[in-house]
Design a protein around this ligand. Structure first.
Ligand code: ADP
Ligand code: MG
Length: 465
């Protein structure tokens, strides 16, 4: 494959299809990736178009109608001149795995041949995602406890609706519930995405009766990422009937989503209101404590997994816990990256190498810190008003807070000195340098100053009081 690309395009670099795949996975989520995009192979790269292959016509049509724009967009980001994508159906199954990053054992095990016509393959319950290895903190305790309750006393909370952002542990919890309940119940665990796929496939194959029967026979229905079940009236209709039929016969339904029921778009009102009818719990972003616990747990797990232990220093662990704030998936990903760095280079990265390795993840959180936030929090901390801070008055009780805010802006944002000057009532950039230097100096010898700076940093970065 590579040869032919080089022949066609001697000068330009080959498109890295693995990279595009990884981008698509990040952009559209693991499930869509696993269900559809993973099946795509790059056949050949031509001057201004790509030839991709997929295993069936149906997959081709599905991808074309839903994801083609986004695939093309991703491709264009790497190669502007590609303006079109063509698909070829190649009907054999290559069990290729595009995961170039470290993947956990078992993660790919469920990668069963896609075309095999069995509903069972959609019961992708991962034996590694259990209650026992779900770390709890204040942000997820409620969801955890509700999930546990469901396994003890089915249909007490029915449906149970768990929502939260990407990578917060929703699928992990659904998995945990499924693992326990499947011991003595018929459990169906499916993502909304796959539900739709199965639905449409059943219509095409004239197998609606089988479809309905299959779903309506289950004792426990776990549906992941319900936000993806949008559009398609007929399907929502079928879903609604299945949903009601199951509730009527006392089956337990557990739903996960990235948002609250009333915020779901393009889902019928009556479905939303049924979702709200049971117990609705959310998972919030992990706080510092939880992040720390998770970093500990995950490094331990990895150490138990590999005999040649990789010891990540406390400094790096603290750094990850305090800087990777968006999700638990990213925390996990960060640790994986550090470990894979350590394996490739045969050394544990130091702090600055860690920053390089995690650069893209760090950027995500950086720009949330605004000058306005810093000014607000510093004013509150020193009990002065914003007008006073931004005024030209030079009373001592105003000067230090002002310098502190300037210093924090310098170290916590990527703003340039003139930019910072502008935000502080058009002060000259030399004033900004002077403020930064003053605080740096004071911090060294004045413990109270150091403490204040740390407290403020904490408040600004983590919203901690
Ligand atoms: P979501 O479904 O909300 O997007 P996942 O359940 O897929 O998130 O979680 C992302 C990753 O983080 C998974 O590998 C999961 O095992 C892990 N994870 C999430 N929450 C926790 C937790 N509280 N304790 C341990 N691991 C967690
Ligand atoms: Mg999920």
């Amino acid at each position: 494959m590579n040869n032919s690309i080089t022949n066609k395009n001697p000068k330009s670099e080959n498109l890295n299809w693995n990279l595009i795949q990884i981008e698509m996975k990040n952009k559209l989520g693991l499930d869509i990736y696993e269900s559809w995009l993973k099946k795509i192979d790059l056949v050949e790269e031509f001057n201004n178009y790509l030839l991709l292959s997929v295993p069936t016509r149906f997959i081709r049509d599905w991808i074309t109608s839903r994801y083609l724009d986004q695939i093309l967009q991703s491709v264009k980001n790497h190669k502007k001149k590609i303006i079109r994508i063509e698909f070829k159906v190649i009907e054999h199954n290559k069990n290729q795995d595009y995961n170039s990053e470290i993947s956990k054992p078992n993660e790919n095990k469920e990668n069963i041949s896609f075309i095999k016509d069995s509903y069972l393959q959609y019961n992708r319950i991962d034996p590694n995602k259990r209650f026992e290895n779900f770390v709890t903190g204040s942000s997820n305790k409620l969801a955890y406890e509700a999930s546990l309750k469901v396994t003890e006393n089915v249909s007490n909370y029915n449906p149970l609706y768990i929502y939260g952002g990407v990578g917060m542990g929703k699928t992990h919890l659904l998995n945990s519930i499924g693992l326990i309940l499947k011991k003595s119940n018929k459990v169906m665990f499916i993502s909304a995405e796959r539900f739709m796929y199965q639905f449409i496939k059943s219509i095409k194959a004239n197998e609606m009766v089988k479809f309905k029967e299959y779903f309506r026979n289950t004792d426990i229905l776990l549906i992941d990422d319900i936000q993806f079940m949008n559009g398609k009236e007929a399907m929502q209709e079928e879903f609604f009937h299945t949903f009601n039929a199951l509730l009527d016969k006392g089956s337990q339904i557990i739903v996960s989503a990235d948002r609250a029921p009333n915020k779901l778009s393009r889902i019928q009102e009556r479905i939303k209101s049924r979702f709200s009818g049971g117990l609705v719990v959310d998972i919030q972003k992990p706080d510092y404590e939880l992040r720390k616990k998770i970093v500990e747990k995950k490094t331990q797990e990895l150490n138990n997994l590999y005999s040649d232990q990789v010891m990540i220093s406390q400094e790096i662990k603290d750094f990850i816990s305090s800087e990777i704030r968006t999700s638990i998936r990213e925390l996990e990903g960060s640790i994986n990256r550090i470990i894979s760095f350590a394996r490739i280079y045969n050394k544990i990265p130091n702090l600055s190498e860690t920053k390089v390795v995690l650069k893209d993840l760090l950027n995500l959180t950086e720009n949330k810190v605004t000058i306005d936030l810093i000014q607000t929090l510093v004013c509150k901390f020193f009990k002065i008003s914003k007008n006073e801070m931004l005024s030209s008055r030079r009373s001592r009780y105003l000067v230090r807070p002002r310098q502190t805010a300037i210093y924090l802006t310098k170290i916590l944002t990527s703003k340039s000195l003139p930019e910072i000057g502008r935000e502080f009532s058009n002060r000259d950039h030399t004033t900004i340098i002077h403020s930064v230097k003053t605080i740096e100096r004071l911090k060294e010898k004045d413990n109270e100053m150091l403490e204040n700076i740390n407290k403020l940093k904490n408040q600004i970065l983590y919203n901690n009081k």
